[in-house]
Ligand binder design. Structure first.
Ligand SMILES: Cc1cc2nc3c(=O)[nH]c(=O)nc-3n(C[C@H](O)[C@H](O)[C@H](O)COP(=O)(O)OP(=O)(O)OC[C@H]3O[C@@H](n4cnc5c(N)ncnc54)[C@H](O)[C@@H]3O)c2cc1C
Length: 142
């Protein structure tokens, strides 16, 4: 079954255990969407990280021992000439040759396809309170 919301580059769509997120989507919306669609444990650790999905791919956003790249299947981007897709390994999310934040800072991320978690365990449907609470204590609102 397929589910989808929003349009264009902010879209979030899930099918077959994967989610495709437009670069303009808010990362927190992706986290919420993934938790609602199927995922849970690792996604909850990403709760509360500010910014867009494109910026999260660029910087390989992460928290509490998890990063987005663990879930990335591929990244669709524009290299200045054409639209291309790179599989996770080719993105080199860690190390000195990180494609998007080191080697090719000018490449524009359009979207990314990510793995959702295995089916939720019973306790996994709860909102990511624990990590949100920890984050709110660390970064209190002004
Ligand atoms: C209070 C606070 C807590 C934070 N906690 C965490 C955390 O726990 N973990 C973590 O990883 N980060 C954390 N961050 C960092 C934050 O997630 C990043 O600053 C975030 O990526 C910024 O998102 P933005 O949409 O404002 O991106 P911008 O500031 O607009 O861009 C950030 C970079 O991404 C590039 N970029 C943006 N979109 C694209 C695109 N489509 N294609 C290619 N490049 C693009 C930009 O060129 C720029 O270099 C925190 C920041 C704050 C302020």
């Amino acid at each position: 079954m397929e589910s989808c919301c929003a349009t264009a580059e902010t879209r979030l769509g899930a099918a077959d255990g994967r989610v495709i997120a437009g670069a303009g989507a808010v990362l927190q919306d992706l986290v919420d969407f993934a938790i609602e669609s199927a995922a849970c444990r690792a996604w909850r650790r990403m709760a509360g990280i500010p910014g867009s999905v494109g910026a999260a791919v660029y910087g390989n956003a992460g928290a509490y021992g998890h990063s987005l790249s663990e879930r990335v299947v591929n990244v669709r981007f524009h290299d200045g000439r054409e639209i291309r897709t790179l599989a996770n390994e080719a993105c080199q999310f860690s190390g000195i040759r990180r494609v998007f934040s080191k080697s090719h800072k000018d490449w524009i991320v359009f979207s990314t396809e990510l793995l959702l978690e295995p089916p939720m365990r019973p306790h996994c449907g709860r909102p990511p309170r624990t990590f949100s609470k920890m984050r709110n204590q660390k970064f209190p609102s002004p």
